[in-house]
Design a binder for this molecule. Structure first.
Ligand SMILES: [Zn+2]
Length: 272
């Protein structure tokens, strides 16, 4: 599933081709990916200029010149790519957005999502993602201490909760907990301030490294230009079950926590 580094890379590759441009046409091939169900996305967007495309958590927020917004979530397998208008539509292309000026309408932004966990949400003038937790790249340790202190869940589950902290998913939570030396089953409210400070630094360091390598491609993820990420070969624990830990050389383990596959080093990551 695309997490913060992948979604940010999509935004960075998409924005230069779309911001400042007018939406000339929108074709919705699969109406149930647009929510709420009654919204006519085309009628509300056509003729409007795109003033910004930004990331918040794992969401991509499009702001139009009239102040209205819609949000695209890539879900598990979603892609948002720029394609030449004369190229054939790939299977599972649900929404096509034509942007450009009146004489040059040669490129399209296409939303494709075989598993359909993603979609397009019209939010109009409402604030996007009101209940979402803070952004990890700018989050202060004090804020994280406060938030983790309120939950008895395992730290792995707490960090996956988008209301507690936004943008992290399975890959970057596992990588951050390894970097911080914290066991994924450690209880969130039992972590010391020192451990949480280390965790906060680890989250930022892991995300920055992943951003530098344009995210991780395990299967579906591509940026807006169709390019795969490069960070998957630099994962220290994620997907490396039974391979040697880079620090202690012992084999890494995989367990399931809250239904999610979790990778860690039983020696380097401690519960207390
Ligand atoms: Zn180790």
């Amino acid at each position: 599933m695309p997490e913060l580094p992948e979604v940010q890379t999509v935004v960075q590759t998409l924005a230069p081709h779309a911001v400042g441009k007018v939406i000339w046409e929108i074709n919705v091939h699969r109406p149930d990916v647009v929510r709420p169900m009654h919204v006519n996305l085309a009628r509300k967007s056509i003729g409007r200029r795109i003033v910004s495309i930004a990331r918040r958590g794992k969401q991509i927020i499009w702001t139009l010149e009239d102040g209205n917004r819609f949000v695209i979530h890539l879900g598990m397998s979603g892609r948002l790519t720029l394609e030449p208008a004369d190229s054939g539509l790939a299977p599972h292309t649900h929404v096509v957005i034509h942007v450009g000026n009146s004489v040059q309408r040669t490129r399209q932004i296409r939303f494709r999502d075989p598993r359909r966990f993603g979609g397009v949400w019209w939010i109009g003038s409402e604030e996007p993602a009101g209940a979402m937790g803070p952004e990890p790249l700018t989050m202060k340790t004090g804020e994280l201490v406060k938030r983790l202190g309120k939950t008895t869940r395992a730290i792995k589950n707490a960090l996956l909760d988008q209301h507690l902290i936004a943008g992290l998913g399975n890959i970057y939570v596992d990588e951050s907990l390894f970097e911080a030396g914290i066991h994924p089953l450690a209880r969130a409210d039992k972590l010391s301030v020192e451990q949480i400070a280390r965790l906060n630094r680890a989250i930022k360091a892991v995300l920055k490294r992943a951003l530098k390598h344009r995210g991780s491609t395990l299967r579906d993820y591509r940026d807006a230009d169709g390019t795969a990420g490069g960070f998957q070969s630099l994962h220290r624990v994620y997907g490396r079950t039974d391979q040697p830990c880079h620090t202690c050389k012992r084999p890494l383990k995989r367990i399931v926590i809250g239904g999610r596959s979790t990778h860690f080093c039983p020696r380097c990551q401690t519960r207390s």
